[in-house]
Design a binder for this molecule. Structure first.
Ligand code: SF4
Length: 445
């Protein structure tokens, strides 16, 4: 069990030397108890106390990694129940199934269609992270062959799904270099599966029908020397899955119950693409570290991936683009100059509408700490000084021969002061970005 702040305090040197950055040892102990400080921050703690404190210092949820190189993934190490309390750390890994009943061209096409599930949204690359090879055939050889091909034809991380230890051993034998995630150990296979995981240094999924059975299973796996464990609940309904995942999260984070202090995996393989997208998005919110789906319909992945992106964005750091002057097309000295803020969603909306106008332009992006135009204006982060400073800093004057600045219609009220601050003619653009193509083609001359 986790130690309380006072229990930790009793083990500290109590010199209040402040080397840890805290004013007192008691303050440091309280931070450590809440997982907001690291034991290493105190250089004075004794080795003996370190060992006792290790349990309190360890994160409540283990970080588990699998896959190799650039496409390797990690899950876990979450510290809070709700994003607004701090932030979520490890974005949900999205995996797609490949049945080992597929062979030849069919197998190749399935893997290719999964590899292609990569997209770009507000300047970020998002996509499927893993392939889950499923031992539908019941044959160890077929499973190993499909796993080997998935490993060779895709840089994505691998999840090997079979209840048969012999099939897992055969597939791991072909893919061990890629550090696959082994799924799954159950009560009757735990020893054999843990042995394979230990020998090949692979993480292992523990699967059971109840939270209590899962806790027992992880203890057995750990006793065999496997530390990297992923939890999977076998439940019939999405409701039960969400309830179970929420309970496990609370037990691991709030109670620091170590047998459940691991990330989780859920299968969403029933229903059509729409139903899978809805279930996957729900499980991402509450609290699945890996979601395995069956569909390869690109349209179904956009809401799923957008959910991952939104849930795992740091709420204190809006997604931002770099403040500077962006060239759209090949603008010359007569090209229009517009400004907007560095909130990603705002910038990319304006960028795509300017592109759609086919009028080569410059977009000046003003640093508003990642807030949108109206939010920045009402918070006084977007004012005539901020715009004039950005114009000077990024030397927009040197890039065009005219002195006309198109401003967002929502901040038309800035026109007068902005004209005074910049000596540029201010042109009030449309309120909605979607009207920019018409504006640039018809109003801008
Ligand atoms: Fe106490 Fe260690 Fe912090 Fe010094 S560095 S104040 S001894 S906790």
């Amino acid at each position: 069990m986790a130690l309380t702040g006072l229990e930790i305090f009793k083990l500290l040197p109590k010199t209040n030397c402040k080397k840890c950055g805290m004013p007192t040892c008691l303050a440091f102990a309280m931070q450590l108890a809440q997982k907001r400080a690291k034991l290493d921050d105190c250089p004075c703690v004794s080795e003996e106390a370190k060992q006792t404190l290790a349990a309190a210092a360890a994160p409540p949820m283990r970080l588990v990694k699998f896959g190799k190189g650039e496409r390797g993934v990690q899950i876990g190490q979450e510290t809070v129940m709700f994003r607004h309390e701090e932030k979520f750390y490890s974005p949900t890994v999205l995996a797609v199934t490949v049945s080992d009943k597929l062979t030849g061209e069919d197998l190749k096409k399935r893997i290719e269609s999964i590899n292609a599930l990569q997209f770009e949204r507000v300047g970020a690359k998002i996509g499927v992270n893993a392939i889950a090879v499923i031992n539908d055939s019941g044959s160890a050889d077929a499973f190993a062959a499909a796993a080997a091909q998935a490993g060779e034809s895709s840089g994505l991380a691998l999840i090997l799904v079979s209840q048969n230890p012999s099939a897992i051993a055969a597939a791991v034998g072909k893919t061990a270099e890629a550090t696959p995630l082994i799924a799954s150990a159950k009560a009757d296979t735990v020893e054999a599966m843990a042995k394979i995981a230990k020998e090949n240094n692979c993480p292992l999924v523990a699967q059971a029908e109840s939270i209590e059975a899962l806790a027992e299973l992880t203890e057995k796996i750990k006793s065999q020397g496997v530390e990297d464990i992923v939890l999977s609940l076998e439940t019939r309904s999405l409701r039960d899955q969400l309830y179970g995942l929420s309970r496990m999260r609370a037990l691991s984070l709030k109670k620091v119950f170590r047998p459940l202090g691991y990330p989780t995996l859920s299968f969403v393989t029933d229903g059509d693409s729409d139903q899978q997208a809805v279930a996957a998005a729900s499980l991402i919110c509450k609290y699945s570290g890996i979601v395995v789906v069956d569909t390869v319909e690109p349209y179904a992945f956009l809401p799923i991936l957008t959910t991952v992106m939104n849930i795992f964005t740091d709420p204190q750091k809006p997604v931002q683009v770099e403040p500077k002057v962006y060239s759209i097309g090949e603008p010359d000295k007569n090209a229009p100059v517009l400004f907007t803020t560095n909130f990603s969603l705002t910038y990319y909306t304006v960028e795509s509408d300017v592109e759609a106008s086919r009028v080569p332009s410059y977009i000046l992006v003003v640093d508003t700490e990642g807030t949108s135009v109206l939010t920045a204006y009402s918070g006084d982060k977007l004012n005539e000084k901020a715009v004039a400073d950005a114009m000077a800093k990024y030397n927009i004057e040197g890039q065009v021969s005219h002195r006309k600045l198109i401003i967002p219609g929502y901040v038309a009220v800035m026109s007068g002061k902005l004209e005074e601050a910049t000596n540029w003619e201010i042109m009030v653009g449309p309120r909605e970005s979607s009207m920019l193509p018409k504006y640039l083609q018809e109003v801008w001359k």
